[in-house]
Design a protein around this ligand. Structure first.
Ligand code: GDP
Ligand code: MG
Length: 163
């Protein structure tokens, strides 16, 4: 699965929380030109390979940027699931840009609303989940706290469902 989202949404924190001690590979070096492998989680029922898609998160309007973004967008077609990470209560133009990349692919996308621990009232999540569900044909919308490792079981469950 590919993990996408604007800087600072908590991708690295989520990955560390999901992998815990289960890391087989963790490297900053690209493994292929299309993806870099961030880690592998070996479960009894499945092997989840987490990848990053170089070029996807860089914005910009130059021809080079567009080219890189297009290549990154098509790379998302060869994973089984895309996890689109966003931040509870904070939707920005950068999120909008990433979502636009996802519009072009057929791969199922799970929206993960991170930093849920920051909300004083958890009921605030409900309208956000509803809004996200309406915005795009997400396979699932899952609130989590990567920092507190909250609701990661539900996220893993949603991931496995897409395989
Ligand atoms: P990345 O740029 O998407 O990889 O984001 P990072 O994982 O580096 O996280 C960016 C910042 O958000 C860091 O200061 C994290 O500690 C913080 N952060 C990540 N996840 C959570 C969360 O679930 N709750 C809170 N409160 N902070 C978080
Ligand atoms: Mg990071």
């Amino acid at each position: 699965m590919a993990l996408v989202g604007r800087p600072n949404v908590g991708k690295s924190t989520l990955l560390n929380a999901l992998l815990g001690q289960k890391i087989s590979i963790a490297t900053r070096k690209p493994q292929t030109t299309r993806h870099r492998i961030l880690g592998i989680h070996q479960r009894d029922d499945a092997q989840i390979v987490y990848v990053d898609t170089p070029g996807l998160h860089e914005g910009g309007k130059t021809a080079m940027n567009r080219y890189m973004n297009d290549a990154a967008g098509s790379a998302l077609s060869d994973v089984d699931v895309v996890v689109f990470l966003i931040e509870a209560g904070r939707w920005t133009e950068a999120d909008e840009q990433v979502l636009r990349r996802l519009q072009a692919i057929d791969t199922p996308v799970i929206a993960v609303i991170n930093k849920a621990d920051r909300l004083r009232d958890k009921n605030q999540l409900l309208p956000e989940i509803e809004l996200m569900s309406k915005r795009f044909g997400f396979a699932a919308v899952v609130p989590v706290s990567a920092l507190k490792s909250d609701n990661l079981q539900a996220l893993e469950g949603s991931l496995i469902e897409q395989l």
